[in-house]
Design a protein around this ligand. Structure first.
Ligand code: CU
Length: 149
């Protein structure tokens, strides 16, 4: 009986792995360095889903940051405010863009000594135990352009 369930598990794992090609694609990842005196970075990118089912990114993590949050900036009566999302859904055969003034990631509590030019890794954990790992060099940010996230 023990063997049967072990074999069944193997078959299920193989089935999960035999999906044709990677359905999630991240393009234009841009991670900006924290403003002087602030321990917060922002990340922008566009994420596309080439499969026929929606993909839910349950969380983002980064080895270089203690926490990564999904935020949405919206204008309410002319005032920008940020709300935090628990997950990020990418509709089937569609694309979601994280950009200034809209959806974005906030990367909090960077490791000590993180400097512009250094490679930052971002891990996307999506439904069904999927993991996509991407990276980009940390871009420097001018304090004068840093207000908008
Ligand atoms: Cu934010």
């Amino acid at each position: 009986m023990k063997c049967l369930s072990a074999c069944l598990l193997t078959v299920l794992l193989l089935a999960a792995c035999s999906e044709p090609g990677p359905a999630l694609l991240v393009e234009g990842l841009q991670v900006t360095a924290p403003l002087p005196g602030r321990a917060v970075s922002t990340a922008y990118m566009s994420i596309s889903n080439s499969s026929t089912a929606p993909i839910v990114i349950e969380k983002f993590t980064s080895p270089e940051f203690a926490r990564v949050e999904i935020h949405r900036t919206s204008l309410v009566d002319g005032v920008a405010s940020m709300s935090r999302l628990e997950s990020l859904a990418i509709p089937a055969n569609d694309q979601v863009t994280l950009a200034s003034g809209g959806l974005h990631l906030m990367l909090l509590e960077p490791e000590k000594g993180l400097i512009p030019g250094q490679t930052v890794t971002l891990e996307l954990h999506f439904n069904g135990g999927g993991l996509l790992i991407i990276n980009a060099p940390l871009a420097s940010r001018q304090p004068t352009t840093g207000g908008e996230v």
